[in-house]
Design a binder for this molecule. Structure first.
Ligand SMILES: C[S@@+](CC[C@H](N)C(=O)[O-])C[C@H]1O[C@@H](n2cnc3c(N)ncnc32)[C@H](O)[C@@H]1O
Length: 299
């Protein structure tokens, strides 16, 4: 969880303790709480997960587990992100055969959560990581988080978690039976990956790591599936999703773009680091026509 998230959570808890009125509460904390409630409401909609036999009690229990895991295991992401992603996974039609993949698990907190999500839909979670932290960053100019006015640098080995450490955390908090581990740097470890995928979560920090993982994941992803990433604020990293040259040269398709570029999906009032790309091979099959966008197709 980011420091800013933690501060807002504290603010909200303190405000509640002192029984402050809605007007007296810090506006940011109230807005954050309201947005999180909206995301939870979408998740608790009875239609979400119905085909997998999931009811409200099971979904509430899952949310409590997500919260607990992010406090027990050192994690770089907020629990509400997983509610948003679990909503997507539980909405995948049962008839679509395929598994989930996570690239970038650090100590295994995110993995433990995703393993619980995967087990609820009876799909496998592939867990791909070097288990020795990030590789060297060739982007020497640093990383610009334009919306947050932040400039940062990565170091080789940052976010290291050993396979033993990760497995221990998943055993304690998640569902290890749902996981299949792929150890190594993506440029080698994912080269032979060849399994149908319905969802991916990538939290890999570097543009080079994104290129190395997407190159092998994308061809395995079913049409209309989503790749979520936790790197939406880093301008150089999100540019990847719009880089026509890379997509044409590597995968021979149009760049898919990225929803949430620069400041993330609307999960918090200020920013979130979550965003997604969608694989769309056949838009006519995936999207619906609307009256307000009624122009005729030119053949
Ligand atoms: C920010 S951490 C992931 C945080 C985690 N998702 C969480 O929420 O706690 C980044 C992870 O990506 C992995 N990683 C980055 N680039 C990689 C690469 N090219 N090959 C393998 N692992 C990589 C690192 O080892 C690290 O575990």
């Amino acid at each position: 969880m980011s420091k800013i998230d933690t501060i807002y959570n504290y603010l909200y808890e303190i405000a509640k303790k002192f029984k402050l009125t809605e007007q007296e509460l810090p506006a940011e904390a109230v807005a954050r709480e309201a947005m999180h409630k909206a995301i939870l409401a979408r998740f608790f909609d009875p239609a979400v997960g119905k085909v997998y036999g999931l009811d409200l009690a099971q979904k509430k229990e899952l949310v409590e587990q997500f919260k607990t895991i992010t406090t027990k295991v050192q994690t770089a992401t907020h629990w509400i992100y997983y509610v948003a992603m679990a909503t997507v996974v539980f909405n995948i039609p049962k008839s679509q055969k395929g598994d989930l993949i996570e690239c970038g698990c650090w100590k295994g907190g995110s993995t433990a959560i995703l393993s619980l999500v995967a087990s609820k839909v009876k799909r496998k979670l592939y867990v791909a990581d070097s288990f020795e932290g990030i590789p060297p960053d060739d982007d020497k100019k640093g990383h610009f988080y334009t919306h947050l006015s932040v400039l940062g640098y990565y170091e080789k080995g940052m976010y290291d978690g050993t396979l033993t450490e990760v497995k221990k955390n998943i055993k304690e908090h998640g569902n290890i039976k749902a996981c299949q581990f792929i150890k190594g740097f993506y440029k080698d470890s994912l080269k032979k990956f060849n399994k149908p995928l319905v969802f991916a979560f990538l939290d890999v920090d570097l543009r080079s790591s994104l290129e190395d993982s997407v190159k092998y994941i994308w061809p395995n992803l079913l049409d209309n599936s989503l790749i979520y990433t936790d790197d939406s604020c880093d301008m150089d990293v999100v540019k990847f999703w719009f880089d026509e040259d890379w997509w044409q040269k590597t995968l021979k398709i149009k760049a898919p773009g990225y929803v949430g570029s620069g400041c993330g999906l609307p999960i918090n009032p200020d920013f979130s680091s979550l965003g997604y790309a969608r694989k769309i091979a056949d838009p006519g099959r995936i999207f619906k026509r609307e009256d307000w966008f009624h122009g005729k197709e030119i053949k």
